[in-house]
Design a protein around this ligand. Sequence first.
Ligand SMILES: Cc1cc2nc3c(=O)[nH]c(=O)nc-3n(C[C@H](O)[C@H](O)[C@H](O)COP(=O)(O)OP(=O)(O)OC[C@H]3O[C@@H](n4cnc5c(N)ncnc54)[C@H](O)[C@@H]3O)c2cc1C
Ligand SMILES: Cc1ncc(C[n+]2csc(CCOP(=O)(O)OP(=O)(O)O)c2C)c(N)n1
Ligand SMILES: [Mg+2]
Length: 633
Amino acid sequence: MNRNVGPAATPAHLAAPPCFRSDVTAKMAPSPRRRPTPMADDKTPPNGGDVYETPPEPKKAAVDMVPASTVAEVKGAEIVVNVLEQLGVEYVFGYSGGAILEVYDELFKDHRKQITLVKPAHEQLAGHAAQGFSRVSGKPGVVLVTSGPGLTNTVTPMADAKLDSGAIVVIAGQVPTFFIGTDAFQETDAVGTTLPHIKHSYQVLKTEELARVIREAFHLCESGRKGPVLIDIPKDVQQRKAAPNYDALLDLPGYKPTLRPHARQIEQAAEAINQAKKPLFYVGGGVTESDAWSELRELALKAQIPVTTTILGLGTFPYPHPLSCHFLGMHGTVVGNYAADRCDLLIAVGARFDDRVTGKKDEFAKGAKIIHVDIDPAEINKNKKADIPIISDARTALRELLPLVKTAEHATWVYELDEVAKKYPLTYKDEDGVIKPQYAIQTLHRVTEGKAIIAPGVGQHQMWAAQYYPVDRPRRFVTSGGLGTMGFGAPAAVGAQFAAPNELVIDIDGDRSFNMTCTAMEMTHCYDLPTKFFIVNNESDGMVVQWQDKFYRGNYAATKTKSPEFVKIAEGYGVAGRKITKKADLAKAIEEMITHKGPYLLDVRVAKADVYPMIPSNKTFRDIILDPDVFRP
Ligand SMILES: Cc1cc2nc3c(=O)[nH]c(=O)nc-3n(C[C@H](O)[C@H](O)[C@H](O)COP(=O)(O)OP(=O)(O)OC[C@H]3O[C@@H](n4cnc5c(N)ncnc54)[C@H](O)[C@@H]3O)c2cc1C
Ligand SMILES: Cc1ncc(C[n+]2csc(CCOP(=O)(O)OP(=O)(O)O)c2C)c(N)n1
Ligand SMILES: [Mg+2]
């Protein structure tokens, strides 16, 4: 906190940079990953194909039917809730406290029927639940917290959403403007604290600005490359009255996501695809978020182009399928990684060449020409040089490619990959007498017929879930990829359940991940949700144990932990449950779990195992480690 700013300071002297204050025209803060638009060649015009996305018209609220000048003044808190209603918000995930009490009070007035507040045990859970909701529904998830600890507890979900391009809007209370800078009770510099972890943030210093700022925040959150947006609202701004202007124009001159590709780049890409002998689609979260999966399928089938996805792109292409190589990367399939290694054209769509995918960057897809379709220019050439960059929404780019790409067979290439897939399938050595974790997830997949929405924690179980619980549609594998946040699964599953109330939603969790956020069970009980918690319990931080075995002489520093009795904890939260130690009991127990009407926890005690295949960090496809119990050297 800046101690030079005394109590007498006016808001204009605050430490926050002007672009984050609502009393000046909002401008995009330069994101660390925002860089100039790269060009395919010097003939490409700047901002090739640039299209300004017109912000959606706000829905009219009853109060909005009369001109702003004649509208009675109302409290800021009322404006906040009115705008949320106008934007169609149905769920808000949050926890109350002094600095946000005004908004909570308004939200709970008798006439308010539209928005349900979902209250978890901790603000971190609110953030992950909002992300789970957003991933499954495609709409922004909304978080409402108090200042100080309420806000700081949401930093992890914001960082998580930032790395995975998740759409959450966090509305936080702040101490009154006249206390800002005084180390007041529960004061934190919300904008400063969260700066690296958000797409954009606001501190609203004038009640008159609230309506515009909230609408702008939602627009920023869900347009272009999605991402978390923070709105910090001092208490007196919530309390003061102003005439709401719900129709105020959004003023974002510096924010113009490029949604349509440049025609020349599309032509170049189509030509490269038509000439390629070994093309490969490498698709990620951008295809999920732009809902481009039907265009992807159409194009892949038309030109017989094999597809591999990242774990954030799971479900964008069906698996199993003759053209599917499932997912690639550190724990991806042999065939997915082989395909990336041997292709002559890599068509990356909405994927960001993350190191968990590429390993050693210089060696990744070394012999291939690269087409890179991404909505964020900063991603182009960031990790891997693109021969043909296409800055565009994935769906639009694929649509425009479709008529230009010729029907093709690529039979030799597809056959080659099929042979590799047959020779090196995803497999493990099963054993009687113990439950192998892979077997547990495979059995879950079989009994549920692969129909569930999955939200894993982080660790080995997450990778096995990706491998052995294939989903046939996007938005059904909700995971923390970039930040790898243990504890994500349980609250994200609850958020996903709100988005899909009639679907089977399962948190496939690790014992240690679940232990971090198992209080999420409280929400299932309080809001009458049927969410299931499937704990792959190896009584350890299994993923870390695996690394300690491989790289730290098996020195299990702080990674073996006796598990709590999760069934007893579940009981305390009103959640039914059962512990399974025998393989023979597993399938029946899963059936019991899914037929049970309410929430249910299955604590499955599994044997120690390693995740294979594995390409160690910063290594190449040639360094891939296969399961020694299956593929004997
Ligand atoms: C223990 C652990 C192990 C992991 N191992 C693997 C692994 O083996 N394989 C793997 O794949 N991942 C793995 N991950 C996840 C990994 O860390 C990354 O999160 C993931 O690979 C990134 O996926 P993505 O490239 O699809 O990127 P995302 O983070 O989903 O980024 C999406 C990209 O698409 C762009 N985009 C967004 N919207 C649009 C749009 N509308 N149109 C066009 N572009 C758009 C964005 O700008 C961005 O570049 C692991 C994670 C953990 C925790
Ligand atoms: C919040 C957080 N702390 C630490 C880590 C580092 N980490 C990654 S996986 C893992 C162990 C996960 O254990 P568990 O949830 O039981 O899953 P398992 O690997 O055993 O399947 C740890 C500690 C992390 N990703 N997130
Ligand atoms: Mg574990």
